[in-house]
Design a protein around this ligand. Structure first.
Ligand code: FUB
Length: 329
């Protein structure tokens, strides 16, 4: 008998999972995670240890029910353009179709973003022949606005190759901006009606401080690193992301889905393991943060487990900071 899920505990323990993108589809919470492989090879800053080959979709009837693993939803061998490393995915629903957006390295070793479709939120998903034209880097997160416009946010530093695209073409030796210059922001592109291409050239999002000045590359407590997520609360757009080297999930707010976003604060303090990655979803009358850590593997960075906890807003719309190992909700 499978146990009911609990806040701040792994959703599943029979496989390692990471990078959870949670959505409410058909009255249930569906979680689209990465599927970490259980190997013991060394780690490096390029993320070669994240060797994932397939995706499994998870679902919850409610926040106190067993977690269902719907099995393999997509494998790298079934993606014609991809060679390896199926990293953090996301899903969206439009046109009576479920879309799985995912990054992988193409046959030249360059990260691109692909789409796969299904009639069922749990898959299996069928990949398009090619990656989205003009796509690059990692960590796609799709936000469908109230007016039905869909946006994809993406980009990640270091292994995610974002700094190699500053000129608009891939420069394998390019490095990030000087510490005194504005940090690189995540990228946004509006999606076409069929969700398979970009409607326009992707553009960089600006994240600014309370005075309207860009967050600088040296400001590692606030600058964008990877793992964007956008949700809407009380008519405002909340962009949340990982700060990478300082291991926080932080957020910034805008009146426009394409920014600029003003930095506001920390959502999640560091978890065990180097990476931190999240999503935010409303289910019935509460909001939840889905995240991962490495507690199940005793801290092995590439053997992560997806968890959730309740997320609370203050009256002024700011988000209460969560300590993943503090008082449990
Ligand atoms: O899972 C591989 C990478 O680690 C993701 O793409 C990043 O966001 C980080 O969680």
């Amino acid at each position: 008998m499978t146990e009911n899920v609990k806040p701040n505990q792994p959703l599943v323990t029979h496989i390692f999972t990471a990078d959870p993108s949670a959505h409410v589809f058909e009255g249930k919470v569906y979680i689209y995670p990465s599927h970490d492989l259980d190997h013991n090879e060394p780690s490096n800053d390029n993320g070669d240890q994240y060797k994932m080959k397939d995706y499994h979709v998870l679902s919850l009837e409610d926040m106190n029910s067993p977690c269902v693993d719907h099995g393999q939803a997509l494998h790298v061998d079934d993606i014609p353009w991809a060679s390896r490393q199926l990293w953090a995915p996301d899903a969206a629903y439009k046109n009576n179709t479920y879309y799985l957006f995912f990054p992988a390295r193409d046959h030249d070793g360059i990260f691109r973003i692909g789409v796969a479709t299904s009639a069922n939120p749990a898959g299996p998903f069928k990949a398009e022949e090619n990656y989205i034209p003009g796509s690059f880097s990692i960590d796609p997160a799709v936000f469908v606005d109230d007016d039905d416009k869909a946006y994809v946010y993406f980009g990640g530093l270091w292994g995610g190759q974002l700094e190699k695209w500053q000129t608009g073409t891939f420069k394998p030796d390019a490095e990030g901006p000087d510490p005194s210059e504005p940090a690189l922001g995540p990228i946004v592109a509006e999606l076409s009606d069929d969700m398979l291409t970009f409607r326009q050239e992707p553009k960089e999002i600006s994240i600014v401080d309370e005075n309207g000045n860009p967050i600088l590359a040296r400001d590692e407590d606030r600058r964008y690193f990877e793992g964007p997520w956008v949700h809407k609360y009380n008519g405002l757009y909340y962009l949340s992301y990982s700060t990478g080297t300082t291991h926080k999930i932080v957020y910034a707010v805008s009146e426009n889905p394409e920014g600029p976003f003003e930095f506001k604060g920390t959502i999640l303090k560091p978890v065990t393991g180097w990476t931190t990655h999240h999503s935010i979803v409303q289910f019935r009358d509460k909001w939840y943060l889905f995240y991962h850590d490495c507690s199940l593997s005793d801290g092995v960075d590439h053997k992560r487990s997806v968890k959730f906890t309740e997320l609370k807003y203050n009256e002024d719309g700011t988000i209460q900071t969560i300590d993943p190992y503090g008082d449990q909700v």
